[in-house]
Write a protein that binds this ligand. Structure first.
Ligand SMILES: [Mg+2]
Length: 368
């Protein structure tokens, strides 16, 4: 089944991809968020010309072939652009089969446990605890993540004392309830400080410490993992599959947190999940950037034999990254009883809105 047309729709934060197959089926995908204009340029330089006219017998094979053909450019923007093609092809495959992507991937159902993920370091401890309680009551979240330290903060806190205070306030607010708490360091600490903070978090009742050390320092992260009794997790920035093999085999983290779009799409997310499964490690997707990343992650997470306790779900709302994301697609994903409800429609089960598409810059490549 050949790809006969590839279109892109680009705004500042995200770019959508629309592929048309020779049987007329149309698939919608999305490149990875941030600097979407650059990703779109890379897409039209490398990805679209390689894909147009290609027969898609297997999406994973096609993605691997295009990466192989562009072997001198394996970096983040190639992956970000590739995510657009890959996810559009999975949508088209689902529509052809008359099935949602999660069914194509072998999932039993489309109700996916999610954890409420705070993106905010400006929020105070009591305010964060109250917000989590409200969200638990409204949507049934059974797990939450809050932020500790400063992002890449060289052991500094957002303000003095915030990290122990927020761990204490959040855990005490749910005193006795069976809630799983994650704390995200976003590369803040060296190993020595991460171990001290991790022990404090464990004492407060936190279960998982994400990205305690600069993410590229695998030795420091492993040292922290070996010292702590709680789970250490990470990997959202890692888009190189051999790096994932190394991280998993050398026990850098307990729980793997790949980002489906940073990686290059569903196909490579499945590859990371298989790498993790070989060492019995769970996947908890990083899906912080709103847009369609969350939706894609939910579909794939539903199908994974080694899915972790819950998939990330941003509680700030689309306006956190870009107010225009509220118009990106419909229908919105609803969370009830702590689970995101996928709608069972073919493909990704959504449509981009006309409003968003009309405000985007447009490029297209047709099969001659
Ligand atoms: Mg993180």
């Amino acid at each position: 089944m050949k790809i006969v047309k590839i279109e892109t729709f680009t705004q500042s934060f995200v770019a959508l991809v629309r592929v048309t197959m020779e049987d007329g089926i149309v698939g919608i995908g999305q490149m990875s968020p941030y600097h979407a204009d650059i990703s779109t340029d890379v897409f039209h330089r490398f990805v679209a010309p390689a894909a147009i006219g290609r027969s898609v017998d297997g999406i994973e094979q096609l993605v691997e072939d295009i990466f192989s053909e562009t072997l001198k450019f394996p970096g983040t923007f190639m992956c970000r652009a590739m995510a657009g093609l890959d996810t559009a092809l999975w949508d088209a495959a689902g529509k052809r089969a008359g099935q949602p992507v999660y069914v194509l991937l072998g999932a039993d159902g489309g109700n996916v446990p999610v954890y409420g993920s705070s993106m905010c370091r400006k929020i105070g401890p009591d305010e964060e605890a109250e917000r989590f309680l409200r969200l638990r009551d409204a949507h049934g979240f059974q797990s939450f993540k809050f932020r500790v330290g400063r992002s890449n903060g060289r052991n500094q806190d957002a303000w003095p004392g915030r990290t122990p205070a927020i761990a204490d306030a959040v855990c005490k607010a749910f005193n006795g309830d069976d809630i799983r708490f994650l704390a995200d360091g976003n590369s803040c600490y060296d190993a020595e400080n991460a171990i001290m903070v991790g022990r404090m978090l464990a004492d407060a009742g936190v279960h998982q410490f994400e990205e305690p050390c600069p993410y590229w320092d695998y030795d420091a992260t492993r040292t922290v993992r070996e010292a702590l009794d709680i789970d250490v997790s990470g990997g959202e920035q890692d888009n190189y599959l051999p790096a994932w093999s190394y991280m998993v085999r050398s026990n850098v983290v307990d729980i793997c947190q790949p980002d489906l779009c940073y990686l290059g799409g569903v196909s490579r997310a499945l590859a990371v999940a298989r790498i993790a499964a070989e060492q019995d490690k769970a996947i908890v997707f990083h899906a912080a950037n709103d847009s369609l990343v969350t939706l894609f992650s939910l579909h794939v997470f539903a199908s994974l034999p080694n899915a972790g306790h819950a998939c990330e779900f941003n509680i700030e709302g689309p306006e956190y990254h870009d107010p225009l994301l509220r118009e990106l697609f419909e229908p919105a994903v609803v969370v009830r009883d702590g689970k995101a409800r996928l709608n069972g429609e073919p493909g990704w089960g959504i449509q981009p809105t006309r409003t968003w598409l009309e405000a985007a810059s447009y490029r297209a490549l047709d099969l001659e």
